[in-house]
Design a protein around this ligand. Structure first.
Ligand code: FES
Length: 248
């Protein structure tokens, strides 16, 4: 499907945690363009904001896509002000997402605002899936992952909810082990889980979306070394096989 930018209807825009919002957007054509681990660009109305905001897709239905975003600046603050029934301009789904492998047990590792794309991934995995999630303090989307059939384990840095520590410590502490791994989160978390998977000899798919800027190939702010060559994460990713990507 060719890249498309169009005005779509906001069906939901609610706060789900501190500075974190869930927005459902209705458009059949764009929903059809979406697949797990892809992202959309949102074009803010504020003319001072020149670049669109790339945001990963959390859930996909026949008519809608759902995104989870964190208010971190003017663009995302504008998003949080929209009401149901308002319209915004977005792109069709972009990038290359996760590929589900044919194995017995899938491990989904997410950190903070990297957790959202794991919800649709969990929904599409037909067999056993375990989500191992790390947060600073406040977990999100736990119910959605459970409804998607995932067994869920939580770590928080503060120890306020679940295990006190990070996702690697949690995997080791609970003896959680699978045949194939998928991850999305901060660069620090991705580096740690990539190293862990290399140690246990398992392949992992990493979503590097944290490093995106414009989301459409213009800013060159998203380059990663993949197979020894420079790759634009927004065009060739955001999901890459862990072994192939160098995380500096
Ligand atoms: Fe701007 Fe990729 S995010 S070129």
């Amino acid at each position: 499907m060719a890249k498309l930018i169009k005005e779509v209807l906001i069906k939901e825009n609610i706060k789900i945690a501190t500075d974190i919002y869930k927005m459902a957007l209705e458009d059949v054509q764009i929903a059809k363009s979406a697949d797990i681990g892809m992202f959309i660009n949102i074009y803010p109305k504020d003319s001072k904001l020149l670049l669109p905001r790339p945001i990963s897709i959390s859930e996909i239905s026949d008519k809608t896509i759902t995104i989870i975003y964190q208010v971190v600046g003017d663009g995302t603050n504008e998003l949080s002000m929209y009401k149901v029934g308002d319209k915004i301009r977005i792109s069709s789904a972009l990038g290359h997402g996760y590929k589900i492998q044919n194995v017995d047990t899938h491990i989904l590792v997410g950190g903070g605002i990297g957790v959202p794309p794991l919800v649709e991934l969990a929904k599409r995995i037909p067999n056993k899936k375990i989500a191992v999630l790390g947060f600073r303090n406040e977990p999100i989307l736990i119910d959605r992952l459970k409804e998607a059939g995932a067994e869920v384990y939580i770590a928080t840095e503060s120890g306020r909810v679940g295990f006190k520590g990070n996702v690697i410590e949690l995997l080791k502490d609970k003896g959680i082990y699978g045949d194939y791994y998928y991850a999305c989160g901060s660069k620090g978390m991705l580096k740690a889980i990539k190293k862990y998977c290399a140690e246990i000899g398992k392949e992992i798919q990493l979503s590097l979306e944290e490093r995106m800027g414009c989301g459409y190939g213009a800013c060159v702010g998203c380059v990663a070394k993949v197979d020894g060559k420079n790759a634009k994460i927004c065009v060739e990713g955001p999901v890459f096989i862990g072994d192939k990507v160098t995380l500096s």
